[in-house]
Design a protein around this ligand. Sequence first.
Ligand code: 5PR
Length: 379
Amino acid sequence: MAEHQRHAEISGGGFAGLTAATALARMGWSVRVHERAPELRTEGAGIVVWNNSLQVIDKLGATHDLMSRSMTPPAYETRMNNVIQSQETLDGISWRTMTRSHLFETLLCAAREAGVQVLAGSEVAGATPDGKISFTNGDTAEADLIIGADGVGSAVRDSLEIPLKRERSRDGITRFLVPRRKAELQALEPDTEWDNVIDFWNLDPRVLRVLYTPANEDELYIALMSPAADADGSRVPIDLDLWTAVFPQLAPVLADAAKTPGKYYGYQTTRLESWTDGKVALIGDAAHAMCPALAQGAGAAMQNAWTLAVAATAAGAAEMPEALKEWERLERPFTDRVQDRSQQYADTRAMSQGNQFVGDSIETALYNPTDPNRHTVKA
Ligand code: 5PR
């Protein structure tokens, strides 16, 4: 039977857009991705990726690439005033750390291999529920499915006038990628291997935190947290004297961080009235931007990109709006919960107590969005 090939238009060439594009293309769709930036690349420094998105990456055929330049640190350590609260080995949880550019290149390569057309410098103006997409240069196109994966300021979402709520938390973070400098760190603190993730919290007398995350053999991701109201703590380029006084054991890598301009991001959460409208679906920060505490912003984006592709592929052309609504009904609660939990952690700073990777907080990390039986209630 000669069936016509279905077509998807995707706004946004980030982790969410590339994942949805690759999944759809591998399921037989023709796909175009529009990235408004003149070059295809990612912002930011490092990232932690958990089982939920590792399962998706595997379905995209990209596991080998991903593993090539990423690592699983021996433990996730939490310190308060430099006293170790916990060293969690995360047994039974798959997780990897890496640079954001490595994750991005891996997904871009998978998209191209799957036959996705990725257009840089192509800016989407908006979309309509009946499947029309328009561009800022005046062009228009039609599709069986339109995906808004265009970030926290989503043009697709705003053109549909979907009501949203945005909540800001009091803290925020500046992120850097710097050389590992293991030998220099070991000279300062000889009994530490410096391969763990180490979450260095100081709450008293001043709220300053450094999240130390080895991303591979050579590169280290460090995230410096302070309240937005602390002008010196949130200053960029960072106030090297301040940070070194509080974290003397990190002096060599803080000195590297101080050499780059940096950008302070305030934590925030966006919740939408609806993730879909007709043939249009929203994923990633466009739909569910969250605080980074549980490191699930990109993870939830990739998880929802995959399940959306599966749901859209299973739907007949006439049923697309209902299929998208059903997808949201089934999948959204998982994301709502991780958004709530991440915001809770951000607001309470409770991660400073350590021993966090148990119970509800790891629900999303353990989720497998590629398991076809995941919504089946077991007898
Ligand atoms: N975990 C990770 C992270 O990158 C951040 C946080 C927690 C992996 C900051 O981006 O709590 O801010 C956090």
